[in-house]
Design a protein. Structure first.
Length: 198
């Protein structure tokens, strides 16, 4: 029996790096979905439920075009101070996000889903809590000098595998969730689907 083709419905360098390091064979293709429309239809849902729904939607967007493949969708959301944050739209916007995050706890919700055809075979969401230290204006300016525009592609304005680790004094949660995908549950689901050896 042949191993099903796996497609990662994402252009995220972090998610690709996780799968590469774990030895997973896949093709990566970005999913074209309107996240804001999906979110509007999910009013009242928790942040984890929204992240999970967006993961499913990304996978579904590609699964219909690749009927023989198993499609992995993933999404991350950031909440701080009861407010939801998207990717920064500009360097100034990123600076505003960082000023808001200073001294607060960021909740990072990361989710993943596996879809084949029109069927969601599996989905999962996880949450990590990242305690941001007090950030000075000098640090924020220097940080953006070093990390912009790379962090424009990230919710939370950080790459934990780069200088973004300096934002935090403590992190509660799984390192893979912080990187943007709950990898261990994903690997377990891929074994159940026959993509990886069990």
């Amino acid at each position: 029996m042949s191993t099903p083709q796996l497609i990662l419905a994402s252009k995220s360098a972090s998610r690709r790096a996780m799968l590469d390091a774990a030895g997973v064979q896949y093709d990566a293709m970005p999913a074209d979905i309107d996240e804001r429309v999906i979110e509007q239809n999910l009013r009242g849902a928790t942040s984890s439920e929204i992240a999970e729904a967006l993961s499913v939607a990304k996978a579904v967007a590609l699964a219909g075009k690749h009927l023989d493949a198993l499609v992995l969708g993933s999404d991350s959301l950031v909440v701080a101070g009861g407010k939801r944050f998207d990717k920064p739209t500009s360097r100034d916007d990123a600076a505003e996000h960082l000023r808001f995050f200073s001294g607060q706890v960021i909740e990072l919700h990361s989710a993943a889903a596996l879809v084949r055809g029109e069927t969601c075979e599996w989905s999962h969401a996880d949450c990590a809590r990242l305690h941001v230290r007090e950030l000075s204006e000098v640090f924020i300016e220097n940080y953006l000098e070093q990390e912009w525009p790379e962090i424009s592609y990230t919710v939370g304005c950080f790459r934990i595998e780069a200088m973004g680790v300096q934002l935090f004094e403590r992190i509660d949660g799984d390192q893979f969730t912080v990187l943007g995908m709950p990898l261990l549950p994903v690997l377990g689901a891929l074994r159940e689907q026959g993509v990886l050896l069990s």
